[in-house]
Design a protein. Structure first.
Length: 309
């Protein structure tokens, strides 16, 4: 058993339009890098090798909270010293908190002889996500741990995650540098959904999953439509409608807000189209005078993993 591991934990796109809090996919990049060392003394120390000013008190740090949940299930006295280098900007909408939480528990599991299943790791990592957003949701955690495309079928009475193979699509993401935190973005959501809208929404969720599984990417494009969450959050993201218009004109299948935003994702049939779509997305924010970052890559088949000991 190693006593130190280096872990990469990927960014993720949650919701995928219609699948609020249930669907998600893993990106090949960006990713967080974590070094974990096992210590004989019980307890946790967290250090951040970046300048985002994130809390390092384990109770208030997403990786710390996830590790505390894991340690509660470990009978022997053991602790971890963790160093985190954020490759994913906090508040970007591509699962920054989920990546640190997932990377921490995957690394700790390797240091404990891989005694926990991926489903158990996802359950621990959700404790970290709750610290970040105040809500228990696993739609970033699931792809951050399982990779590919994931469906969180239930949180209660037990976490139930369906891991689907990664479709051979490319993702273009624009991250406009606007502050939106998940907690605030959840507060603008409607408390109730009219039945007619709910019917259209779950028809799209079923269509999207069917499109992925049968490689019917025209269906994927038609189903990337959100009648419930995007209308409430759209006012938080200037340029969203224009970004979608230009991305579709550049050949994207479809897309929407990535997680709770402000990032916007678009799915594409190939890399060339994804790069053209990313440029189209970026052009909107350049014209608005808003700084932005672009990420282009395939859907990653793997989630958080040990890359060196
Ligand atoms: N499903 C969550 C939300 C994801 O949209 O609030 C947060 O990244």
């Amino acid at each position: 058993m190693p006593d130190s591991v280096l872990v990469h934990a990927p960014a993720t796109v949650a919701n995928l339009g219609c699948g609020f809090d249930v669907l998600g996919l893993a990106l090949a990049a960006p990713y967080d890098t974590l070094r974990l060392r096992r210590t004989d003394a019980p307890g946790l120390t967290i250090a951040h090798l970046d300048d985002y000013g994130l809390p390092t008190d384990p109770a208030h740090n997403v990786a710390g909270a996830a590790l505390r949940a894991l340690l509660a299930r470990v009978p022997e006295p053991v602790g971890f010293a963790v160093e985190i280098r954020k490759g994913i900007r906090p508040g970007s909408g591509v699962g920054s908190s989920a990546a640190s939480a997932a990377g921490a528990v995957v690394g700790a599991n390797a240091l404990l002889g891989n005694r926990f299943s991926r489903l158990e790791l996802a359950d621990f990592a959700m404790a970290g996500e709750a610290v970040a957003s105040g809500a228990r949701h696993a739609d970033n955690i699931a792809p951050a741990i399982f990779g590919g495309l994931t469906l969180v079928r239930a949180l209660e009475p037990a976490l139930d995650i369906v891991a689907l193979p990664a479709p051979p699509l490319w993702v273009a993401v624009v991250h406009p540098q606007i502050e939106i935190n998940t907690r605030d973005a959840r507060q603008v959501l409607p408390a109730a959904v009219p039945l007619g809208l709910a019917v259209r929404q779950w028809a799209n969720v079923a269509g999207l999953v069917a499109g992925f599984l049968t490689a019917d990417f025209a269906l994927v494009g038609r189903a990337l439509e959100d009648h419930v969450v995007e209308p409430a959050r759209a006012p938080l993201i200037p340029g969203l409608a224009e970004a979608r218009r230009r991305a579709l004109a550049a050949g994207a299948l479809g897309g929407g807000i990535s997680g709770s935003g402000p990032s916007i994702f678009m799915l594409n049939r190939d890399g060339e189209t994804a790069h053209a779509v990313a440029a189209a997305l970026g052009s909107v924010f350049a014209e608005l005078g808003i700084a932005y970052q672009l990420h282009v890559g395939r859907i990653a088949g793997e989630g958080a993993r040990v890359v060196a000991e």
